[in-house]
Design a protein around this ligand. Structure first.
Ligand code: GSH
Length: 184
């Protein structure tokens, strides 16, 4: 959570706009600067130049609260920390892939041999349709990183261009062998 200290002045509003834009969780705290609130010793601790806006990032490094003053510095801090989040989450983001194909065996071998990823197979049925033809099939499920998506698509396409593929980005995973292997 970020605390924003200020009034309804442009310097404060531009910080509020940035917080809104990046979707940050924040709370507003009014500082009565026209009656000397900026000289309150408690406020002075986070704003040594006695001005608003000030933010306090309560989740900065190791949950240690970090006060930042000067609107330009605050905007740079928010932009930089948001960019870092994106880089870390972007690279670490996992995608769950479900593949339905009569060539499940071949695709499964390709995923384990070429991508080095594990596979889970569900026993399923496919072919529901107007003609009513239904047959047993192994439905494959694997978890890959964002960087491996295009390679997986290309490899599956080479084996079965008609394979049905569903991808979902995953917020959390546990177990398996996802994090034990460095990216290639
Ligand atoms: N350069 C500062 C200017 C901040 C500023 O001037 N804040 C005014 C309100 S918009 C203030 O707190 N004035 C109180 C004072 O000067 O005592 C920034 O961009 O943050």
């Amino acid at each position: 959570m970020i605390k924003l200290y200020g009034i309804t002045s442009p310097n404060v509003l531009k910080v509020a706009l940035m917080l809104e834009e990046i979707g940050a969780e924040y709370s507003l705290h009014y500082v009565p600067i026209f009656t000397g609130g900026q000289f309150d010793p408690a406020f002075e601790e986070i704003s040594p130049n006695h001005k608003v806006p000030v933010i306090v990032d309560e989740d900065a490094e190791g949950d240690k609260a970090l006060p930042i003053f000067e609107s330009g510095a605050i905007l740079i801090y928010l932009a930089a920390s948001r960019t870092m989040d994106f880089l870390i989450e972007g690279i670490e983001e996992y995608t769950g892939v479900t593949i339905v194909s009569p060539k499940a065996e071949e695709i499964s071998t390709m995923i384990t041999d070429k991508l080095g990823r594990g596979i889970t197979a569900y026993k399923g049925m496919h072919g529901y349709g107007k003609r009513g033809h239904v047959s047993d099939i192994n439905i494959l499920f694997t978890v890959i990183t964002r960087l491996e998506i295009s390679r997986l698509r290309a490899e599956v396409d080479a084996i079965d261009p008609h394979a049905f593929i569903v991808m979902q980005s995953l917020k959390d995973t546990k177990g398996g062998m996802i994090k034990k292997r460095p990216l290639k």
